[in-house]
Write a protein that binds this ligand. Structure first.
Ligand SMILES: N[C@@H](CCC(=O)N[C@@H](CS)C(=O)NCC(=O)O)C(=O)O
Length: 215
């Protein structure tokens, strides 16, 4: 498989899943600020010009974080990364959709890619503030969902690396994580696969997960 990724982006969640599954894959770095995602070679595999993209062994491309996470989980049943009961599986899909679609797509995107939400420079601060409000509301909802659990579905599942990447972004932006989310983030940071991915993506583990517990 070929995995197209950008260090420190949403593709980190999929990178962790690939490492957790101990899959052999070739990683290709897409330099978003340099515009690699708009180059013809990349558009040929992902015309949406987004990362991550997974090109599978049959040559077909899979895009969208939720779809890639679900496919990796379903295609490796022995790893038990998706609950077997319909309620557990549905709740995992619900968490993937909310994390990627709302917390990332509506919240963090307004902070990281403000210019894609307004053409008016005078509105940028207000767009960022709205993004931060969406992130805070999302974190409060995920925090409730994690109460009394080590991982989102009880046992480790495809939901956890996806939750992880928005927790990681909060850490980098110094956005406080509520207590169950902070505990989940720190638990994830102890997993060898997560540590390998973060080192490969150029991060210093000693600086992560130390945000104040002030919410
Ligand atoms: N809905 C897409 C969104 C992925 C996405 O937003 N990726 C960002 C990086 S985290 C991206 O590719 N941005 C392209 C750009 O900045 O031009 C997915 O789930 O894969």
């Amino acid at each position: 498989m070929k995995f197209y990724m950008t260090p420190g982006s949403c593709s980190t969640g999929i990178h962790i899943l690939l490492e957790e599954l101990d899959k052999a894959f070739e990683a290709y770095i897409v330099n978003l600020p340099a515009g690699d995602q708009f180059k013809p070679d990349y558009l040929a595999i992902n015309p949406k010009s987004t990362i991550p993209t997974l090109v599978r062994d049959d040559g077909s491309s899979l895009t969208e974080v939720q779809a890639i996470a679900y496919w990796l989980g379903r295609s490796h049943p022995r790893a038990k990364l998706i609950p077997e009961d319909i309620e557990g599986e549905t709740r995992v899909i619900e968490a993937l959709a909310y994390t990627v679609g709302t917390i990332h797509g509506q919240g963090f995107a307004r902070i990281f890619a403000t210019h894609t939400f307004t053409r008016n420079a005078a509105e940028e601060e207000s767009v960022k503030t709205l993004g931060r409000d969406i992130v805070d509301k999302g974190f409060s909802i995920l925090n409730e969902a994690l109460a009394g659990k080590d991982y989102f579905a009880g046992a480790f599942s495809v939901a956890d690396p996806i939750l992880f990447y928005v927790e990681f972004w909060a850490d980098k932006l110094k956005i406080p994580l509520p207590p169950h989310l902070l505990a989940h983030y720190r638990r994830m940071l102890t997993r060898p696969a997560v540590q390998r991915v973060l080192r490969e993506e150029g991060y210093n583990l000693a600086t992560l997960g130390v945000a104040p517990e002030n919410v």
